[in-house]
Design a protein around this ligand. Structure first.
Ligand code: KIV
Length: 273
């Protein structure tokens, strides 16, 4: 059961997220990449579903998010959208679909909304992609920002460690966050930054902030579904809380099925025509 104070049945919009921030109600966001999972998290009462480019890792097995394509993101987002009735569906713009050319960025975002039905897009970065974000916003497409650790820049950073630990990066993050709010983004993800900084910037902003590895002072939280369900046993960062051990449940169920098949115990007389 969720504990929403905002109407539990009503479709979530960017406007309702703004109201949640104003009312002090925390926002729960989770990733999903397929129809079945989307129906389950939507029925559980999640506020926002992120079709993350983390699909490159958890669905496709790549070591970074860079290889996933626009067509693949549109496919995942369209699957999710068919399963999500209440949650706001946000789709990540993949690496290469928005950087450096605002016309390309707009065309990519339009394709995402038209072909998948997702209701908003998320882009990684600040001042360096301002023109692309403005162009997308000018078409009436809601944009979520993403600051701090931006995994599409892994080759620049070199590690997936905590960001904004020195003064220069702190200043840049604050000015990027203020700029994203000023040009019209409806929310910003803060990934892997110190909790005190995330709290401070969340208090400065009137738009909601969503944290991952950014402490409890943001206006909401996001986790990768497979990680929080315990389906990705090798991944155990400090910020991750495991809410279930679905990986073990699957292994045990499939193990039992295999032994039943081998022992000719499945199917039995009631399970045949
Ligand atoms: O791709 C993703 O799943 C994300 C979240 C980690 C915020 O961007």
């Amino acid at each position: 059961m969720s504990t929403n104070t905002v109407d539990n049945k009503k479709k979530v919009t960017t406007a309702s997220l703004a109201k949640m921030k104003a009312a002090g109600e925390k926002i729960a966001m989770i990733t999903a990449y397929d129809y079945t999972m989307a129906t389950l998290v939507d029925q559980a009462g999640i506020d926002m579903i992120l079709v993350g480019d983390s699909a490159a890792n958890v669905m496709a097995g790549y070591s970074t998010t860079l290889p996933i394509t626009l067509d693949q993101m549109i496919y995942h987002a369209s699957c999710v959208k068919r399963g999500a009735e209440r949650a706001l569906v946000v789709c990540d713009m993949p690496f290469g679909s928005y950087q450096g050319n605002s016309d390309v960025a707009l065309a990519s975002a339009v394709r995402i909304l038209k072909e998948s039905g997702a209701e908003a897009v998320k882009l990684e970065g600040g001042a360096e992609i301002r023109e692309s974000i403005e162009k997308i916003l000018s078409a009436g497409i809601p944009v979520m920002g993403h600051l701090g650790l931006t995994p599409q820049s892994i080759n620049k950073f070199g590690t997936y460690g905590v960001r904004a630990k020195d003064d220069a990066e702190v200043e840049r993050l604050i000015s990027d966050a203020l700029m994203l709010q000023e040009i019209g983004c409806f929310a910003i993800v803060f990934e892997k930054i110190p909790a005190a900084l995330a709290t401070r910037v969340s208090e400065m902003l009137s738009i909601p902030t969503i944290g991952i590895g950014a402490g409890s002072g943001t206006d909401g939280q996001v986790l990768v579904l497979q990680d929080m369900l315990g389906m990705n046993k090798g991944f155990a960062p400090k910020f991750l809380r495991r809410y279930a051990d679905v990986g073990t449940v699957i292994e045990q169920a499939v193990g039992k099925y295999i032994s039943d098949v081998k022992a000719v115990d499945f199917p039995n007389e009631n399970e045949q025509y």
